[in-house]
Design a binder for this molecule. Structure first.
Ligand code: ADP
Ligand code: G3P
Length: 498
């Protein structure tokens, strides 16, 4: 069979679901198999996943996706893995059984540990990341602290540690390959962003034995052979995978994935950028044999979840898509602004203590104005991150590539273009995370030749051009900024993890 008749299978192991998607050479989705992933909240601030279930789901979904596509394993050229980042599991090398539930990236149980650890400047300098419960290292430390015998066994290499990519690779290869990729490793807070290797100073600071950590490989590289006999050609963090799937290969190329939250990444080229404006400096991807590409990242905590709150908390809409219909009943926000700092403000503010507010209320305000303010809040939060990206990178955003469930909202897309003053382009393939993993895997095995081959696959489902007069944009921006100040003003005392 010729190479062009084959397919690539991507695994997208996300926070709320696991998906297996089969793509053809033109990046068309041929089949999708998915399974929801329950989250456990055993205590306030704790969020856990059952890692054994995640593996069982993947084990089941791969054949399911192949069946749906009508394919034999021999027709699959490569498997690529994209995964929720930072979520961490420890397991016994001999039995393959996790020693505890996986601790999810949203979990804040390590707040006290992070505050006590200090060394914020050192962490930022080596890893590009601020001290936070968000990253893996505090979780590994916390797990090892629960049982002193674990640290001893980890030092002997009997207990292994990994993010979901590592866990899946280890299981897919029957325990043969214990490896992660640079993007996932860059979110552990144990890897040097410039050396792209585990950093001895950080391992000492966190008291984590090197023997329990996987080998770090490029994102697009060989990760062994899966149980199907198909090579695993990539592992890459899901937000970086979306950047790759959007073909953001050049410095300045930027994407935003609008789902529950919003994740913006800007490709900053072959050297790490230093952020002085509240962004994370991270690895975008690395293709085997090539220099790495770095990225600046800004996360918006509340985007689509504000729409969910309008539905579930306020009962103003019955489905997310109704937010657009409601917002279109008015011409503007009527002077109302919503700052959705439900769990503080993320990038670029990092004000954990801020709380959500609605300002500008008069008896003129209707639910239509509130719906409009909900969508505008996502647009202005995007603007805040983009301003920080332009300032930190010295580059200027030319267009924003977007994907994710919330991009179904055409009014939101127009508002984002309006407040940024640049075009917004929605990708034809909504599953950009999976596509990025497929691309990276297909490059490894020669299914796709090079980045140009991937660029040729890029098609836009829609483009929105800025239509807001600049003076109006500037005035609205100033009012949004004052609303953000008010959200910080109504703050609660700072939580220790900041
Ligand atoms: N038409 C819409 N307008 C606004 N928000 C929407 C619309 N459709 C979905 N959403 C929001 O998008 C989110 C789901 O997007 P998705 O990419 O599936 O998220 P995730 O991957 O984070 O679970 C939900 O928070 C939902 O409220
Ligand atoms: O699984 P998602 O899409 O919510 O992404 C999670 C992020 O990788 C967390 O950093």
């Amino acid at each position: 069979m010729s190479l062009t008749e084959r397919y690539v299978l991507a695994i997208d192991q996300g926070t709320t679901s696991t998906r297996c998607i089969v793509f053809d050479r033109r990046a068309t989705v041929v089949a999708v198999a998915r399974s929801p992933l329950p989250q456990s909240y055993p205590r306030p601030g704790w969020v856990e996943h059952d890692a054994a279930r995640i593996w069982r789901d993947v084990r089941k979904l791969i054949p399911q996706a192949l069946r749906e596509a009508g394919l034999e394993p021999g027709q699959v050229a490569a498997i690529g893995i994209a995964n929720q980042r930072e979520t961490t599991v420890l397991w016994d090398r001999r039995t393959g059984v996790p020693v505890a539930p996986a601790i999810v990236w949203q979990d804040t149980r390590t707040a006290g540990l992070v505050a006590a650890l200090g060394h914020g400047d050192l962490l930022r300098e080596i890893t590009g990341l601020p001290p936070s419960t968000y990253f893996s290292a505090p979780r590994i430390r916390w797990l090892l602290d629960q049982d002193p015998s674990l640290r001893v066994r980890a030092a002997r290499g009997e207990i292994l540690c990994g993010t979901m990519d590592t866990w899946l690779i280890w299981n897919l290869t029957g325990g043969d390959v214990f490896a992660t990729d640079v993007t996932n490793a860059s979110r552990t807070q144990l890897m040097s962003l410039s050396a792209l290797d585990w950093d001895a100073r950080l391992l000492a600071l966190y008291d984590i034995p090197a023997a329990m950590l996987p080998e770090i490989r490029p994102s697009s590289a060989h990760f062994g052979t899966s149980f199907l006999g198909v090579p695993i050609g990539a592992a890459i963090g899901d937000q970086q995978a979306a950047l790759f799937g959007q073909a953001c290969f050049d410095p300045g190329d930027t994407k935003c994935t609008y789902g529950t939250g919003g994740f913006l990444l800007m490709n900053t080229g072959p050297r790490p950028a230093t952020s002085t404006h509240g962004l994370i400096s991270t690895v975008a991807y690395r293709i085997d044999g090539q220099p790495p590409a770095y990225a600046l990242e800004g996360s918006i905590a509340i985007a689509g979840s504000l729409v969910q709150w309008m539905r579930d908390g306020l009962g103003l809409i019955a489905t997310p898509s109704e937010i657009e219909t409601l917002a279109r009943t008015v011409d503007d926000n009527g002077g109302a602004y919503i700052v959705p700092a439900f769990s503080g403000l993320f990038a670029p503010y990092w004000r954990t203590e801020a709380r959500g507010i609605i300002v500008g209320l008069t008896s003129y305000i209707t639910k239509g104005h509130l719906a409009r303010a909900v969508l505008e809040a996502t647009a202005w939060q995007t603007r805040d991150v983009v301003d920080a990206m332009n300032a930190d990178s010295g580059l200027t955003l030319a267009t924003l590539s977007v994907d994710g469930g919330m991009t179904a909202d055409n009014l939101l897309m127009q508002l984002v273009a309006d407040v940024l003053g640049v075009p917004v382009e929605r990708s034809m393939v909504p599953e950009t995370v999976s596509l990025g993993a497929a691309y990276a895997a297909g490059l490894t095995t020669g299914y796709w030749t090079d980045l140009q081959d991937l660029r040729n696959n890029r098609h836009r489902a829609g483009v929105w051009h800025p239509a807001m007069p600049p003076a109006h944009r500037a005035a609205e921006h100033a009012r949004w900024k004052r609303a953000v100040e008010a959200a910080v003003f109504v703050s609660r005392p700072a939580a220790p993890e900041t």
